[in-house]
Design a protein around this ligand. Structure first.
Ligand code: UDP
Length: 255
C-alpha cells in the first residue's frame, strides 16, 4: 500500500499529504478528548460520523458561497481538503449561555444571550487555549485587523446558516467553535473556513427536551454519545454506510 506522508496528528484528526500540491487528506479518528486531553477515550464510530456530518455542513456552506477547505469525501473516515495556513485562533460563536461563559459570567446555562457573541481563544494546548481579545490578536500578529473582520463576518454567516439548518430538524444551536485558515491562490490570499463542524465542536440541544446531542455527553460522563451523534446525522438526513464496501463479486441475494 502506498504510505502517505503524515503532516500533523491532532487529538481527533490526522492530516496526510494530499494527491496534488496544495491538498491534504484529513483522517477522522475515533478518539474523544476533553479538558485539553486530560480525559481520553476511544468511541467506536465517532470518526465516521464526524466525517459525514462535517462533509454535509461544509458542502452546504460551499454551495452558499461561504468558502471552506472541503473538496470531497474520499471514504468513511477521510476527506480531501485544501491546504491552508491555520490562523491560531479558536473562534467561538454563542447563542445561548453554556459551558465556560455560563461559569465565567455567572449566567444560568440555557439562558438566551441578548445577541450572538463571538469570542477568540489562542490555540495553545500548553496554556489551555486562553481567551484573548482583538488587541492581543493584532499586537502579537496572530491575525491582522482585516482578517479579524473577515473571520467575524464568516462566523456570523455560518451561525445564521447553522441555526436555521438545525432548527429545521428540531435542534437548538447553543454554541460552536470554528477555525479559519489563509488560502493562497496565485498572488491572492483569502480567509476560509477550515477544520470541522461536528457535534465535537458544537453544543446541540433537542428543541423540545433540551437533551444534549454533542460532546458534553462525554465531557460530563452522561453516556450515549455515539447514539446522540447518530441522531444528529439521522435528523440531517445523512445516510451512514455501516457495512464495509464489498471487494469483488460475492453472493447475490435471490428474492
Ligand atoms: N469548543 C471546541 N474546542 C475547544 C473548546 C471549545 O470545539 O477546544 C467548542 C465547544 O464544544 C462548545 C464551544 O466551543 O461548543 C464553546 O465552548 P466553551 O468555551 O464553553 O468551553 P468548554 O465548556 O467546552 O470548556
Amino acid at each position: 500500500m502506498n504510505r502517505r506522508r503524515r503532516i500533523y496528528e491532532g487529538k481527533a484528526k490526522i492530516l496526510y499529504e494530499g494527491p496534488e500540491p496544495g491538498t491534504l487528506v484529513c483522517h477522522f479518528k475515533d478518539d474523544a478528548t476533553a479538558f485539553n486531553a486530560k480525559k481520553h477515550e476511544i468511541i467506536d464510530g465517532k470518526g465516521v460520523l464526524n466525517n459525514r456530518i462535517s462533509e454535509f455542513i461544509f458542502t452546504a456552506l460551499n454551495d452558499l458561497g461561504i468558502q471552506t477547505h472541503f473538496i470531497k469525501r474520499l471514504n468513511m473516515r477521510e476527506q480531501l481538503i485544501k491546504e491552508v495556513e491555520i490562523i491560531p485562533l479558536e473562534v467561538i460563536v454563542r447563542n445561548v449561555a453554556a459551558g465556560s461563559i455560563a461559569k465565567r459570567l455567572g449566567i444560568e446555562e440555557g439562558t438566551q444571550l441578548p445577541r450572538s457573541v463571538i469570542e477568540f481563544c489562542y490555540k495553545m494546548d500548553s496554556l489551555d487555549d486562553p481567551m484573548v481579545s482583538e488587541e492581543h490578536i493584532t499586537a502579537f500578529g496572530w491575525a491582522s485587523p482585516q482578517e479579524i473582520d473577515d473571520i467575524m463576518a464568516l462566523a456570523i454567516r455560518i451561525n445564521d446558516f447553522l441555526c436555521g439548518m438545525f432548527r429545521a430538524v428540531g435542534i437548538r444551536l447553543v454554541d460552536f467553535k470554528i477555525e479559519c485558515g489563509r488560502y493562497f491562490e496565485g498572488d491572492t490570499m483569502r480567509v476560509i473556513l477550515a477544520d470541522e463542524i461536528s457535534p465535537d465542536s458544537c453544543r446541540l440541544w433537542d428543541i423540545n427536551t433540551n437533551d444534549k446531542m454533542d460532546k458534553d455527553r462525554f465531557r460530563r460522563d452522561m453516556g450515549g454519545m455515539i447514539e446522540a451523534y447518530q441522531e444528529v446525522a439521522k435528523r440531517l438526513g445523512i445516510m451512514i454506510e455501516t457495512t464495509p464496501e464489498r471487494k469483488g463479486p460475492g453472493p447475490v441475494l435471490v428474492k
